[in-house]
Design a protein around this ligand. Structure first.
Ligand code: G6P
Length: 472
């Protein structure tokens, strides 16, 4: 039977070392949640890194067996690979470049070499799991070279690639010394997907400038192969969030929180720790709200959840300090004995607690500087059974292309952001419901399941078309 192999840097299960034992936990990030239903089907398998460094062969064996039982095949990375490929090239070169933070980007030859070597390691792992005609779906910027590497050994395979982060303007791509290799790597796929048409256009422009290949009707001719390029805005598991928010557990948590917050109005901010998310700018906007509108003091609380991420990368560690300091400063400036403006949590929370925060919040503040899609915006929408609540959304999140009923703002404009917060807090209920209902209809319909189906169908169709053309 033909298999589908999902490949991403991180497996949907994260293995953690606590004292002397190992625990298995779901990974952060929408991707893991998104494809859960696919890889467990039939003989399908998910290939990726389990998220920890393993030195002992017996332990490696144990982790492999545990993950295998749940349809996962681990790729183990050495400490040097984690440093140079993951923290290095993936998260200190590609991540900042693709998010328009070139001032944070480093260009180390040794990191590039590790990136090539680890993509090759993933290639071997995928080859070990797959037959010549299987479907291989590769995810994200950590594995840009993998499609081409696999194509060399498996010329007949159906290979899909989806980029979960923005694809930036060619002007940023051209800064990378390895731009041509990276683009050629991706072009090993039969179908290349992006969250928005904007990202897709940037990709086509980069391919045209760098490799001299131009697209016709969303199709690129790469040697003898036709490669399709398209936009597939990713969705969420709508029912999962709607149900979690409606659960008894979430309602109980909400009651406890409301009481503790003395029924103040609630603004919510949830992100992985990342400089692309605009967390510091958001804090400044909240401070400005309290300064400009003293009537909100003691009346509104900002609940800010920051999920730890990549804290070994210098920029992330620096951002953590900046957030700690800003939060401390704002709280000490405005707090009273019975009110703390910002309730700051630096940890990850289980789904029902997350759901209770979505229930509790009247305003969700999703204001990234750049974001491929942003699924928090969609999770908030899915959690609002009573259709009350306002989403403030950055125009530079992929989600803004779909969620036009949010209050769309420029996240750099602190003054406008403070005004948007005020507008959201005084928005009439009727208007809230109208906007929320329109966004719910969209997020419910274009969910993670329709996204996956659409991509895989399109990949199968691309392959059939290639074969028909070849036999004509
Ligand atoms: C983003 C990326 C994913 C990544 C996730 C978590 O959503 O697009 O590829 O897995 O962040 O980051 P991490 O570095 O912890 O895997």
């Amino acid at each position: 039977m033909l298999k589908t192999i999902i490949v991403s840097n991180r497996l949907p299960t994260k293995v953690l070392r606590a004292d002397d034992s190992l625990t298995f936990q779901p990974s952060e990030g929408g991707l893991a949640t998104g494809l859960g239903s696919i890889y467990r089907r039939g003989d399908n398998v998910w290939v990726g890194w389990p998220g920890l460094f393993v030195n002992d062969p017996a332990e490696e064996q144990y982790v492999t067996e545990q993950l295998q039982a749940d349809s996962m095949a681990p790729v183990f990375l050495t400490e040097a690979e984690i440093r140079d490929y993951y923290e290095g090239f993936s998260n200190s070169t590609l991540w900042p470049t693709f998010h328009y933070f070139t001032q944070f980007a480093t260009y180390e030859q040794s990191h590039w070499e590790a990136y090539v070597a680890v993509n090759e390691k993933f290639c071997q792992a995928v080859l070990a799991q797959s037959g010549p005609d299987d479907t291989i779906w590769i995810h994200d910027y950590q594995l840009l070279l993998l499609p081409e590497m696999l194509r060399r050994t498996r010329p007949e395979a159906s290979i899909g690639f989806f980029l979960h982060i923005p694809f930036p303007s060619y002007e940023l791509i051209r800064v990378l010394p390895w731009a041509a290799e990276l683009l050629r790597g991706v072009l090993g796929a039969d179908l290349i997907g992006f969250h928005t048409f904007g990202y897709m256009r940037h990709f086509l422009s980069a391919v045209s400038h760098t490799l001299g290949i131009t697209a016709h009707n969303g199709q690129l001719e790469v040697g003898q192969r036709a490669v399709r390029v398209d936009a597939f805005p990713m969705g969420i598991d709508y029912e999962r969030y709607a149900q979690a928010a409606a659960s008894e557990a979430a309602q109980a948590h909400e009651r406890t929180y409301r009481e503790a917050l003395r029924d103040t109005r609630v603004i919510l901010s949830i992100d992985r720790l990342d400089y692309t998310k605009g967390i510091a700018q958001r804090l400044r906007a909240f401070e400005l709200l309290l300064e400009r509108y003293p009537e909100w003091r003691e009346q509104v609380s900002l609940i800010m959840l920051v999920v730890p991420s990549r804290d070994q990368v210098a920029q992330y560690a620096a951002l953590k300090e900046e957030i700690d300091e800003l939060t401390g400063r704002i709280n000490s400036r405005y707090r009273t004995i019975s009110w703390n403006p910002i309730q700051y949590f630096y940890r990850s929370l289980p789904l029902e607690e997350l759901a209770s925060l979505y229930r509790l919040a009247e305003v969700a503040l999703v204001t990234p500087m750049r974001d491929g899609m942003n699924l928090v915006a969609k999770e908030f929408i899915a959690s609002k059974a009573d259709q009350r609540g306002v989403l403030i959304l950055s125009e530079r999140a992929g989600a803004a292309r779909e969620l036009s009923d949010a209050l769309i703002i420029n996240p750099t404009d602190t003054s406008r952001l403070a005004e948007a917060l005020h507008d959201a807090l005084v928005m009439p209920e009727d208007e809230q419901r109208q906007r929320m209902a329109a966004m719910q209809a969209l997020v419910e319909r274009y969910n993670i399941f329709s996204w996956t189906k659409l991509f895989l169908n399109q990949l199968a169709y691309t392959k059939i078309k290639q074969q028909t053309l070849a036999t004509e």
